[in-house]
Ligand binder design. Structure first.
Ligand SMILES: [Zn+2]
Length: 298
């Protein structure tokens, strides 16, 4: 019988614990279940778990665990940028407004072959740009517009039909740009917040009719004229400066051929690539409706 004799102590209704001499002891080690250990220790451990949750929440909000953390040259700094807060699922980006900034902009798209190839290159090089889309092209390729935004780029309007706005009445300008806005909104769920008037041709009627900030450029690559990758690269090299907005078109294969080299060159010169709205914010410029912005030099 010896081994079979049970402990003389009695179990509590829950099993393994019994008070002896005023302090809790485990009576039968063999019957000690993980659950009792857990219950005993949970009162302390929950603080640790809460701490981890708080650190995790902070981390998510500060972007410590971004998909591209460590690759993206944008590091946490004083200026938090997110011009598209109303767009879900976009990464909150941070950038340093004291660094050299450049904004690559692409007009007249989207265009199936060239824009898709351009997006692949921008993604590979982790560069964010701004696309001034034409309403009639956006209608044709809504998925490309969605991809542009999904991959962190900014989409602005380039009007519906690429007319010289100064030849139109205020009503006709509004009608055309409303068409473009309706198209963009049907694709993205929001209106473009900036517009690039075709050819950069602007007068007071245009400024009054558009109802959003007007974005022109500081570096004209004339890619539409040269249609030559080396020439486009040379134009950027020659004219780029901190705060410049570079005008290109994502409808020319030669421009897409040039872009990899342009990005590599600018990276060597420590430029950060930002969208137009990001650059304005980084330079603490509040974009105003009807005003014209060609760059954001310090
Ligand atoms: Zn254009």
């Amino acid at each position: 019988m010896g081994n079979k004799v049970k402990q003389s102590t009695k179990k509590t209704p829950k099993g393994a614990l019994e008070k002896t001499s005023g302090k809790a002891d485990y009576i039968d080690v063999g019957e000690r279940h993980w659950w009792y250990w857990w219950k005993e220790n949970w009162r302390w451990m929950k603080f640790g778990v809460m701490g981890l949750v708080i650190i995790w929440l902070l981390g998510v909000n500060l972007g410590w665990w971004r998909e591209d953390a460590g690759v993206n040259p944008r590091k946490i700094s004083a200026v938090a940028i997110d011009p598209r807060v109303e767009v879900p699922n976009l990464p909150q980006r941070f950038l340093d407004g004291s660094k050299k900034l450049v904004s690559l902009t692409f007009d007249d798209g989207p265009n199936e072959g060239t824009t898709l190839r351009l997006l692949d290159i921008l993604k590979e090089k982790n560069v964010y740009a701004t696309f001034f889309v034409l309403g009639i092209q956006a209608e044709k390729y809504p998925d490309i517009v969605k991809r542009e935004v999904r991959e962190g780029h900014e989409v602005g309007s380039h009007t519906m039909r690429h007319k010289v706005l100064t030849t139109l009445s205020a009503e006709a300008i509004k009608s055309d740009t409303n068409d473009a806005n309706r198209t963009i909104k049907s694709i993205l769920g929001y209106n473009a917040k900036i517009i690039r008037p075709p050819y950069g041709i602007i007068n007071d009627t245009v400024r009054g009719a558009l109802g959003v900030p007007l974005i022109t450029w500081t570096v004209d690559t004339e890619d539409w004229k040269s249609k030559n990758a080396d020439a486009v690269k040379a134009e950027v090299e020659k004219a780029v400066f901190d705060g410049s907005i570079v005008l290109m078109h994502d409808i020319y294969p030669s421009t897409v051929d040039a872009i990899g080299g342009i990005i590599d060159n600018l990276k060597k010169q420590d430029y950060e690539f930002v969208t137009v709205s990001e650059m304005a914010k980084a330079r603490k410029v509040k974009l105003k409706s009807g005003e014209v912005y060609g760059g954001f030099a310090r």
